[in-house]
Design a protein around this ligand. Structure first.
Ligand SMILES: [Zn+2]
Length: 61
């Protein structure tokens, strides 16, 4: 039951904490463009974008 209690009790300043996570490199990655062809890399890549700060990350296959 401890898990449920923690989930319901939203700590104040949650947004600020998320920003801090982004600044420390812990982004919330979501797939933005799947299997794009990257000319520079010469292969298919998946582009991830952070839902919070819009940073991007490219994953090669
Ligand atoms: Zn971020």
């Amino acid at each position: 039951m401890a898990d449920i209690l923690q989930f319901r009790k939203r700590p104040p300043g949650e947004k600020a904490r998320h920003k801090t996570l982004c600044r420390e490199g812990f982004h919330k990655w979501v797939i933005w463009q799947k299997k794009q062809f990257d000319v520079k890399a010469g292969k298919l890549v998946t582009v991830h974008r952070c839902a919070r700060c819009e940073a991007t990350r490219v994953e090669t296959h």
